[in-house]
Ligand binder design. Structure first.
Ligand code: PEP
Ligand code: MG
Length: 563
């Protein structure tokens, strides 16, 4: 038996089956030049036919997948088409070569951007390129559809097209060498509820097709050809987990009301209207964080007011519940392909989010107007990220008023009463929470950033990963201070950082007085069930004890967490 452990895990569940090591056949272009007008037209026509065929396949897949909707827009992207046709016409490249070179250039451009999300988009472009190449060569798009027995897929990486062709009656899980939290394999695995490990370094060197694989996606443990004892232990755990999950999901419809009658909101975090549609199957009460940066990142230019209006309107109509939309949170680790940010020494402390929006008021106002207009169609709330002062809130409010005046003057319909709230992600916002609570309609605590700023620990730096911990009493006291300020001012306070989905802290947050928890939709049934088994009065006692702790270890001990 071999044992490998992956440290960063993004899904849960235990899977066992034979390994299927997936090596992709790469289709390459025929390399020759073409001559004369007739050949040029013929090659352009072949390209157009390929776009048509690929779009047809992708349209079907796009019906219930945001990822493939993205692929469909790449396949029809005007810039991509112009590049291919330019290479055929001006450089006399045959259609296959023109497509191959265009895909190479576009994906290299994306991969060169210093941002994990953008680098993942390079994978999308290559995936669409592989579809074009298969269509041009008259081949079936190679996938994993021929698998006819239970397997665990082991691969270097998996593209959305790879996963789309999998038959999930047979594929019990996957392990890839590459990928991180924002990679598609993680997103797809989470939305399917399938055990998966990504970023599993050397797995391909250790596994061959036919090996027996047993892995625990939650703990990151992979056993290759496991012994009987290991199998018995893990499979017993798996059975118990599956039974519990089924029991919990059967109660998804029930509200998150504590034993002593306090009802809390359990919301989802999403990045698109499409994701809301998928989240609805978990019977979510609303959306606590709609990250609008994806709408900006997946674009070739800043999205227009109408484009944004349509996206937000679609989102609120799909949800039929409260929708908290966060304004553009760009900069720091998040780049835009069409906007050059100056290189900064400390981008996380730099020109980002609301700082950029207040300076680039035209970009910000376009978004605010789209939000005010979309709010006519449902209960939208506007949320501003990275606030550090009352001044910033006042400036935002002034711009909101300006937007309303301009919309009214243009005779465009908008909602007048849209609540404006802020994310609490900075120590400054914590210290000023009482004053901020007087000027905003709600708070949402962003623990992903708050933890890094309170502790001065970069959230993406693996070297100091052990110091990045929201259970640190400094972070817990900050969270409590914010919640108390909101409670005193009578405004709602939620949490949309990852910490909200940690069932070990749910009771403490309830005890602090938090009103709303927002997290990946698939986690909501578990947190709701957890809340239903809690008692608010008891939670307050526990919260007081937690606030008296002076070390993280004491907090763990108090909460019975083994680390
Ligand atoms: C946060 O900082 O907790 C948060 C939700 O925002 P993001 O992870 O997008 O920075
Ligand atoms: Mg943040």
């Amino acid at each position: 038996m071999k044992h490998i452990r992956v440290t960063r895990t993004f899904t849960r569940g235990i899977a066992e089956a034979e390994a299927f090591v997936y090596e992709k056949e790469e289709l390459t272009a025929a390399k020759y030049q073409i001559n004369g007008e007739a050949e040029i037209s013929e090659n352009i026509e072949l390209f157009e036919k390929a776009v048509e065929a690929v779009s047809k396949d992708l349209s079907v897949l796009a019906e219930d997948s945001a990822i493939f909707a993205g692929h469909l827009s790449i396949a029809n992207d005007i810039a991509l088409k112009e590049m291919v046709i330019g290479k055929i016409k001006d450089e006399k490249q045959n259609v296959e070569l023109a497509v191959e070179n265009t895909i190479e250039e576009l994906s290299a451009m994306m991969a060169g951007i210093d941002d994990a999300y953008m680098q993942e988009r390079a994978v999308d472009i290559k995936d669409v390129g592989a579809r074009f190449m298969a269509a041009l060569q008259g081949k079936d798009f190679a996938g994993l559809d021929h698998i006819q027995k239970e397997v665990i897929i082991i691969a270097d990486d998996l593209t959305p097209s790879d996963t789309s062709s999998m038959n999930f009656d047979y594929v019990k899980g996957f392990i890839t060498e590459r990928g991180g939290v924002t990679s598609h394999v993680s997103i797809i695995a989470r939305s399917l509820g399938l055990p998966a490990l990504v970023g599993a370094g050397t797995i391909l060197d250790n596994v061959e097709t036919g090996d027996q694989i047993l892995f625990d996606a939650g703990s990151g443990d992979i056993y290759i050809n496991p012994d009987q004892q290991t199998r018995d232990n893990l499979l017993a755990k798996s059975k118990a987990d599956a039974e519990l999950k089924a029991q919990i999901e059967a109660k998804m419809d029930l509200p998150a009301t504590t034993e002593d009658g306090k009802t809390l909101k359990v919301y989802a975090n999403v990045g698109s209207a499409e994701e809301i549609k998928q989240a609805m199957k978990y019977k979510i009460d609303g959306v606590g964080l709609f990250r609008t940066e994806f709408l900006f990142m997946d674009n070739t230019d800043f999205p227009s007011e109408d484009e944004q209006f349509n996206a937000y309107k679609d989102a609120v109509e799909a949800l039929r519940g409260e929708l908290i939309i966060r304004t553009l949170d760009i900069g720091g680790d998040k780049a835009l392909p069409y906007f050059e940010f100056d290189v900064e020494e400390n981008p996380f402390l730099g020109w980002r989010a609301v700082r950029m929006c207040l300076e680039k008021a035209d970009i910000f106002k376009t978004q605010l107007k789209a939000l005010l207009r979309a709010a006519v169609y449902g209960p939208i709330k506007i949320m501003i990220p990275m606030i550090i002062s009352v001044n910033e809130v006042n400036q935002v409010r002034e711009l909101v008023e300006e937007c309303k005046t301009e919309l009214a003057a243009a005779d465009i319909e908008y909602a007048d009463d849209v609540p404006v709230g802020i994310m609490i992600e900075t120590p400054a916002a914590v210290m000023m929470a009482d004053a901020l609570a007087e000027v905003v309609d709600f708070f949402s605590i962003g623990t992903n950033d708050l933890t890094q700023y309170v502790l001065a620990v970069d959230r993406g730096n693996e070297r100091i990963e052990h110091l990045y911990n929201s259970y640190n009493p400094a972070v817990l006291r900050a969270i409590n201070q914010v919640i108390k300020a909101a409670n005193n001012a009578g405004i709602e306070v939620g949490m949309c950082g990852e910490f909200a989905s940690d069932a070990n802290i749910t009771e403490v947050l309830l005890g602090f007085g938090m009103d709303e928890y927002s997290m990946a939709a698939s986690e909501t049934p578990l947190i709701k069930e957890k809340i239903r088994n809690l008692n608010y009065a008891k939670a307050q006692e526990l919260a007081d004890k937690v606030l008296a702790c002076s070390t993280t270890e004491e907090v763990y001990q108090l909460l019975g967490i083994e680390k």
